[in-house]
Design a protein around this ligand. Sequence first.
Ligand code: BEZ
Ligand code: FE
Length: 301
Amino acid sequence: MPDIAADNVVESAEQTRREDALIEQVVASFSGTPDPRLKTIVESLTRHLHAFVREVRLTDGEWEQGIDFLTAVGHITTDRRQEFVLLSDVLGISMQTVAMNNPAYANATEATVFGPFFVNDAPLIEIGGDIAGSAPGEPCWVEGSVKDVFGNPISGARIEVWEADDDGFYDVQYSDDRVAGRAHLFSDDLGNYSFWGLTPTPYPIPDDGPVGTLLSATGRSPLRASHLHFMVTAPGFRKLVTHIFVRGDELLASDSVFGVKDSLVMDFEQQSADTAAPDGRNLIGATWSRTRFDIVLAPEG
Ligand code: BEZ
Ligand code: FE
């Protein structure tokens, strides 16, 4: 009488042996890779992808669905829309890469995800200028300083700022070529800066493609917590790409791209329409807000 149970144990050991052997075969196929870094990456990628496929015991149908999904991600990607980066964003891979490549350094300001809406050559504004242009929204006075980790002011730091309007759109999503909600300025001799922007409001990441389908299939929201983007550069310092977030925003804990860091959550103080603006600007009866963001740059390298 054959011992079926014992045979199955043997079969299962045989199954494991076959699966293990395949991984070693694939890894070995990369053994002649001349670039040692590329060799490390493809070998590790092979081991991790196989571990994933084996852990979930991926079916043929699921493999096909995965291929169809990645094909759709490729098809919707153009030079204006990068669905692969969006996929990396919603899986937290972008933030993990940001975290690893901007290691904690003393009291230097934390970095966060870059996002797809930065544009080179945004207009130059003076200190105290307005980045909003024709973008609708509540005026927000933003001021702060740029310093090194010892507290020395950094003058002439280039500060790029960009944000969505009140309707949740960046200018690059408008149907015309207007430039709005973005500018660059330079810190003054004392390392200080200020500008008028818009009080940040929440908006969804582009969710009409396969990444949006993934979010809805998994019950996740496409909304980003309200934020204002900064990119700060100065010779001798590490480039800082970051945002500031609004204290009290209920989306802080569920930002769709995991960009929120406690150290980047700021107080945005609401001001009534009859409160005088810091620079004497006539706000024509509108409410406004103000915030302060003191930036600390890590040294380069
Ligand atoms: C953004 O903040 O602009 C953004 C970041 C990641 C994905 C989509 C948008
Ligand atoms: Fe954004």
